[in-house]
Structure formats: structure tokens, C-alpha cells
Design a protein around this ligand. Structure first.
Ligand code: NA7
Length: 551
């Protein structure tokens, strides 16, 4: 034990989203002196911020909710199979209120820096409002997609109309009727927003740099009777989620792609296209993720579906990706997205032919012409996965800066701890299994694991826990190798660290952001580390113990 004064908190959690809410619940239950610091004015994270029209789950609602409380599961009625943002935010507030968690949360509490004090084995935090706090442990629940990015194009600040990133869509209603609206981007967010506002605006122009593969969400309401049936199956539902790589109910088709006939493949695809959710991606043949020819055949199937839905063949061709196959990027799910382009008030501008040059006072200018708008919506994505970490000045032992350590991509132990940054935990960090699955399922796994580790630390009276350099190197190497067999390694997407709007994140360098082995393998791996007395972690500066093999 150090002779230094005790820290103000046993644990500080940064972020009051899905992760922070569950983490503080676990800490409070253990009787720890803990608080959540949240930069926003209220809780909810993703579901607090993303208020754009059309924002909704692409996970089945009942697989997205928390599983930790039977009472909560019995009380909550999900009203739609894929619930929308307002309801999702209501749910998170309901959970926080039910378990009286709000009093352990501080809002408008933006953490600017976190510095590890080696002499006292604690974290010193500085907040934007000038406050300083100390905590033994620091737990980061800061999200994967919480730092929105704008195009690096001149003139953004000169636009005289209204403009906002989808992440900052105003809280009060935005008058869309009769307005000339631009949407920049055609990722998952744009695909939701475009379909939702197409019939509500005067005129909508979509600025597309690269199209995305997308398939129907097939949403529907959930009646009282259906909810009763879902409640009776919750054990089964969560068991299925924990069996599948993605943490969803959708299980891959176990037949070999080449073992069945083309007719049998098409029969499966016809069926999946009509089914709700990610089945079309995750209940498909496993080869579509790893085999170029299998992926190409399936991509051609989806391309035909798009051609059937979009009336103008030229527009249809522009909406079909040519540079990557279906499912090698996270698949946006849509509701009447392609039909939006059949409306006379919706226009598509292909930025690959006529790139954006600048934002003007009145609109947007491409290499071809100028466009006038009342509203510009930037659906241009996020500084994904490591962005939120880079935005806090995190300094570990010896003053090492995390942003510097991760300049070329993250390196972690299990996606949960970082060598050189003692007493810092990431329940759903970069390179964790949580980052690539149905997020709350991964979060619960990560939070439970971190909480168990904290209990272990407490039981032994330790004040310091740190992953060894060797354990971190092995895990990072393992995560990197898992990409080799996946077609996704070739995609320009936020899963591989591509973002043209973030210096250094342009195409060309793959960042090994997520653990690709799937939830069951990830959970087995982290549980094994715990069962072996936290192999790969040293406590209170004890001499390094050998790290467990990562595979
Ligand atoms: P994404 O998936 O990163 O999509 C961002 C979109 O914005 C994508 O179409 C980009 O085109 C486009 N973009 C980005 N920068 C520019 C510039 N400078 N000019 C033109 N177009 C640009 O983010 P989303 O918010 O849609 O989705 C993120 C996740 O949220 C999603 O996967 C779900 O999990 C929920 P590009 O493809 O890069 O050419």
C-alpha cells in the first residue's frame, strides 16, 4: 500500500451510455465509492446524442436491452422489433431511475485529462469546468462512435443556412417541410435519415462518394401478446446471442456454400431478404466473409434486388457498390431507402464523378456546379473506436500519452487493459470482442469481467493492476492475425480505421480495431485469463508472470 492520501473515489467511470449505466450499477452494488462523469447534459450516450429522424436499432430490441435484471426484463415492453431513438433513450432513463443510478452520475462533466500518479497509484482527472478529482481506478465507457467527423473541405463555417452533423441533430424539431435539404454521406446513418425525410422535405439531394450495400430492416410492432412470448423466451434468446459470433440470434447457415446448388443458395437468400434484421448478413453462408467468389455471387444477388427496386437504371447502378462486396463493411439496414430515389424530389449526386469542392454561403459546390440549400446534413461518420480515447489527454506511467502510443493503431490486453496505463479498464475497448458484436451483449460481458477483476483486486488489498507488455503484444498480434482470413481487411470502413476526414486515417493503413474471432471465443478467452488468476496482469508491481497464449 502507498502512504499517499486516499483518492476521492475508488472508481470513476467516464461516459453515461449503455456501458457506463451498467458499470455504475455493478460498482454501487459492491459498495464502491464511484461516480460517472458524462460530458453531455444527460445520460444515454449514443441514444442521447443521435436524434436524427430514422435513428433506430439494427439489433432486435429484445436482444439489445440489458439482461442483468429479470425484473427489468419482465417490466419493459419493447414496442417495435427495432426500436427508435426516442424509445431507446426512454428505456435507458427507465433503467437508471429504476436502480437509482442518477445520483451517481455527474452531467456536463467533460474530462479533459487523466494522468496516472505513479507515487500514489491513482488517476488524477481534470474537468473542463476546472474541477480536479482523484480515483484509484478509471473505467472508460466512452463509446465507439462518439466523435463525429466533418469533411475536410473549405467553407463549412460560411454556410448561412442550418447545418449539422447527424450526431448533433437539434433536440428541438427541425422544420423540414418545403426545405431544400442536402445529405452528405451514404453510410448507415444517412441511409436511415434519407429514407425517413424523403417525403417530408421540399427537395432532397444526396451527395454520395461511395455507395453501401444495404438490405431491408423489415421492422414491425411488438404487441402485448408477442412481448409476453418474448419474455418467456429471454433465457433462450440470450443463450442464442452468446452462442453466435455477432451476439445476435441470427446463426450462420452451417451448410457449405459450395455443398448446395445455386438454386438452394438463392432460396436461402430470398428467404433472408424478407426476414427482419441482420439475418441476411449473419445467417448467411459463412463463406461470404472469407471467400471472394462466394461473396461476389451473393453481392450480385443483392445488386439485382437493388435494380428491381430503383426505377431509373442509371441511379440503380450508382447505388450498387463496385469497390467492395456485401458484408465486408458493417451492413446498414434500411426501410424503403432505395424507393426514396424513385421520388421526383430526391436527387443523387455522385461525388466520385464530381467531387465536393467547397461549402458556400448558400450551399455546396462540386467540380460540376453549385447547389443551393436551406439545410445541410453531414452524415459523414465518426473518428471511430479510438477517437474518443484520443480526445482525452490520457497519460500513463512515465507520462506516456495514450494517443501517441496508439498513433498507428491500438494495442491492448484483451481490449480491456493497456500496458503502461495501470488501473485503467475499458469494458468495451478497441480490440475487445464487445466492439464487433451486438454492443450491449459485449458490454455486459466486459463490465462483468472488469467488475470481477476489481473484486479480485479488493479482496487482495491491491492498489495497482497493469497488463504486462508481453501479454499486450501477444493479444495485439492475435487480433491482427484474425484479420488475415477476413475479406473485411480490404474494406475502406470504420472497422478498419478508414476515415478520410481524420488526418492519418486515410486509406492505406489497416488499424486492427476490433477482435474478429466472435463473441464465444472472446468470452472463453477472457474467462480463461480470469480462471488462471489473471494471467498477464501484474498487481502492485509484483514481478511479471508469464502471459497466457492468446490462441
Ligand atoms: P459511416 O458508415 O462511416 O458512413 C459515413 C458516410 O459519409 C460514408 O458514406 C462516407 O463515404 C461519407 N463521407 C465521409 N466523409 C465524406 C466526405 N468528406 N465527403 C463525402 N462523403 C463523405 O458512418 P455512419 O454514421 O453512417 O455509420 C456509423 C455506424 O453507426 C454504422 O455502422 C452503425 O453501426 C451505426 P465513404 O464510404 O467514406 O466514401
Amino acid at each position: 500500500m502507498t502512504g499517499s492520501p486516499a483518492p476521492q473515489y475508488d472508481a470513476v467511470v467516464i461516459g453515461a451510455g449503455v456501458c457506463g449505466i451498467y458499470q455504475i450499477k455493478r460498482l454501487v452494488d459492491l459498495g464502491m465509492r464511484a461516480t460517472v462523469l458524462e460530458a453531455a447534459a444527460d445520460l444515454g450516450g449514443t441514444w442521447y446524442n443521435n436524434r436524427y429522424p430514422g435513428a433506430r436499432f439494427d439489433s432486435e430490441s429484445y436482444t439489445y436491452g440489458f439482461s442483468f435484471s429479470r425484473e427489468l426484463l419482465d417490466e419493459w415492453h419493447w414496442k417495435e422489433r427495432f426500436s427508435g431513438q426516442p424509445e431507446n433513450l426512454r428505456y435507458l432513463n427507465y433503467v437508471a431511475d429504476k436502480f437509482d443510478l442518477r445520483r451517481h452520475m455527474q452531467f456536463n462533466a467533460k474530462v479533459e485529462s487523466a494522468v496516472f500518479d505513479e507515487a500514489a497509484d491513482l488517476w488524477q482527472l481534470c474537468l473542463a469546468d476546472g474541477r480536479k478529482l482523484t480515483s484509484r481506478f478509471l473505467i472508460l465507457g466512452i463509446g465507439l462512435l462518439s466523435i463525429p467527423t466533418l469533411p475536410r473541405v473549405e467553407g463549412i463555417e460560411t454556410f448561412k443556412g442550418r447545418s449539422f452533423h447527424t450526431f448533433h441533430w437539434p433536440h428541438e424539431p427541425v422544420e423540414l417541410a418545403g426545405k431544400r435539404v442536402a445529405v452528405i454521406g451514404t453510410g448507415a446513418t444517412a441511409i436511415q435519415v434519407i429514407a425517413e425525410i424523403a417525403d417530408k422535405v421540399g427537395d432532397l439531394t444526396v451527395f454520395q462518394r461511395r455507395p453501401n450495400w444495404s438490405a431491408p430492416l423489415n421492422n414491425s410492432p411488438i404487441s402485448e401478446a408477442e412481448m409476453v412470448e418474448i419474455r418467456s423466451r429471454y433465457d433462450e434468446i440470450f443463450a442464442a446471442c452468446s452462442r453466435t459470433p455477432g451476439g445476435f440470434e441470427h446463426e450462420p447457415d452451417r451448410r457449405g456454400f459450395y455443398e448446395v446448388t445455386r438454386e438452394e443458395r438463392v432460396a436461402l437468400w430470398d428467404q433472408l431478404y424478407e426476414q427482419p434484421g441482420f439475418g441476411i448478413w449473419l445467417a448467411n453462408f459463412r463463406e461470404i466473409f472469407t471467400d471472394e467468389a462466394a461473396n461476389a455471387e451473393f453481392s450480385a444477388y443483392i445488386a439485382d434486388r437493388i435494380r428491381r427496386r430503383v426505377k431509373d437504371p442509371k441511379v440503380a447502378e450508382k447505388l450498387i457498390p463496385k469497390d467492395h462486396g456485401f458484408g465486408v463493411q458493417r451492413v446498414p439496414l434500411e426501410t424503403q431507402y432505395f424507393e426514396a430515389y424513385n421520388r421526383p424530389n430526391v436527387h443523387l449526386v455522385d461525388l466520385s464523378e464530381t467531387p465536393l469542392v467547397r461549402v458556400t454561403e448558400t450551399g455546396l459546390q462540386t467540380t460540376e456546379r453549385e447547389f443551393a440549400f436551406d439545410i445541410i446534413v453531414y452524415a459523414t461518420g465518426f473518428d471511430a473506436i479510438t477517437g474518443a480515447y484520443d480526445h482525452i489527454d490520457i497519460r500513463g506511467a512515465g507520462g506516456e500519452r495514450l494517443a501517441e502510443k496508439w498513433r498507428d493503431g491500438p494495442s491492448t490486453f484483451l481490449g480491456v487493459m493497456i500496458h503502461g496505463f495501470p488501473n485503467l479498464f475499458m469494458p468495451a475497448g478497441p480490440q475487445s470482442g464487445s466492439a464487433s458484436t451486438n454492443y450491449p451483449r459485449g458490454i455486459e460481458t466486459g463490465v462483468n469481467w472488469c467488475t470481477d477483476l476489481l473484486q479480485h483486486i479488493r479482496a487482495h488489498g491491491y492498489v495497482r493492476a497493469e497488463a504486462t507488455a508481453e501479454a499486450e503484444a501477444r493479444w495485439t498480434d492475435h487480433v491482427t492475425k484474425m484479420y488475415a482470413m477476413m475479406l473485411m481487411r480490404k474494406a475502406k470502413s470504420w472497422f478498419t480505421g478508414y476515415n478520410s476526414n481524420v488526418p492519418g486515417h486515410e486509406a492505406g493503413r489497416v488499424r486492427y480495431f476490433v477482435y474478429n474471432g466472435g463473441a464465444p471465443k472472446y468470452v472463453a478467452r477472457i474467462n480463461d485469463v480470469a480462471a488462471k488468476g489473471y494471467e498477464g496482469i501484474v498487481f502492485d508491481g509484483e514481478s511479471e508472470r508469464p502471459a497466457a497464449a492468446a490462441d
